[in-house]
Design a protein around this ligand. Structure first.
Ligand code: NAD
Length: 288
């Protein structure tokens, strides 16, 4: 409470539903640990309220905001500029207000890459098989391509709306980055398995593995996995997903849930707003 005074700078979280989010706890504790005079508050904002909420960022001279469902795409036309990854992904999860100029960023993909870097994993020049092309899968694919992953195979159900997004992501990666991407429909199980055989990492960025699909995994046969394949599940509730259990049974050495991605996407946004590094270890100890 002593931190909040007449000079406190506000950062918002604009999404709905939002009361479950860990982000206010993450950022307010990080501000307190570093003695920064900022406050982070969650606001129930849907697409109807979004234009006036974005106007409020300008009017109230807020430093910025996090953006989550259902606003990640809807906010694009309301901003003045987009960072390269946000432009390619067509989605924004972080807004920075520089004296009235609002720039949109997407930090989810950076969070994924940083979480791996923190484990001394460098994917430059490597092959990734990525399941999913929604709010998590799209920025992961784009950031991986921008960061030098050589080959990206995107697996998705062809019949989902994200099936066409997957094909769009492939096209954008092939035309606008140095990476090579291709789409494999989830129904082509033989191709999915074959792609894993020489991949460095398999990332599941689908909703499979969390409620109401908590007892499911896109990969059910441990023989599809190798000890030296990195397995990353973006889900973090539950902490150990079905995929992770199968990977552990297959003897996979590097198996991760999505907590690292969640932590580092927040750290990247924190850095963009404050210019300072989030004390990630202290925040991880507090939250997890
Ligand atoms: P989304 O709704 O935008 O996309 C869902 C994806 O899952 C799509 O690719 C869809 O085709 C696929 N899918 C859904 N049901 C499926 C099924 N039964 N079989 C095969 N594929 C299926 O969701 P999102 O925002 O991309 O979130 C996806 C996952 O990523 C969620 O589990 C979420 O918890 C996680 N996530 C984690 C973080 C993090 O920081 N760790 C951040 C965002 C999302």
């Amino acid at each position: 409470m002593e931190r909040i005074d007449g000079h406190t700078i506000l950062i918002g979280l604009l999404a709905t539903p939002i009361r479950h989010s860990m982000s206010p706890t993450m950022h307010n504790n990080a501000f307190a640990m570093l003695g920064l005079n900022y406050a982070y508050l969650a606001f129930e904002v849907g697409q109807k309220e979004l234009p006036s909420a974005v106007q409020a960022i300008r009017t109230l001279d807020m430093r910025g905001a996090n953006i989550s469902m259902p606003n990640k795409q809807a906010i694009l036309p309301l901003l003045d500029d987009l960072a390269p990854a946000a432009k390619l992904a067509g989605a924004v999860n972080t807004v920075v207000n520089d004296h009235g100029k609002l720039t949109g960023y997407t930090t989810d993909g950076i969070g994924f890459m940083q979480a791996l870097a923190a484990e001394n994993i460098d994917l430059r020049g490597e092959k990734m098989v990525l399941a999913g092309a929604g709010g998590a899968g799209t920025p992961i694919a784009i950031q991986a391509a921008l960061d030098g992953v050589k080959e990206i195979v995107i697996v998705n159900r062809a019949t989902d709306p994200q099936g066409s997004q997957a094909q769009k992501n492939v096209k954008i990666i092939n035309e606008q980055t140095n990476a090579h991407a291709r789409f494999v429909p989830l129904a082509d199980q033989a191709q999915f398995k074959a792609e894993l055989a020489d991949a460095t990492i398999y990332c599941d960025a689908t909703g499979v593995g969390m409620k109401p699909l908590a007892d499911q995994s896109l990969i059910t046969d441990p023989s599809w996995l190798r000890e030296d394949l990195i397995v990353y599940d973006t889900v973090y509730a539950p902490r150990t997903t079905k995929l992770m259990t199968i990977a552990q049974a297959a003897g996979v050495r590097h198996v991760f849930n999505g907590l690292g991605m969640m932590l580092y996407q927040g750290a990247e946004a924190f850095q963009l707003w404050t210019g300072q590094a989030m004390p990630v270890q202290a925040i991880a100890d507090l939250l997890f």
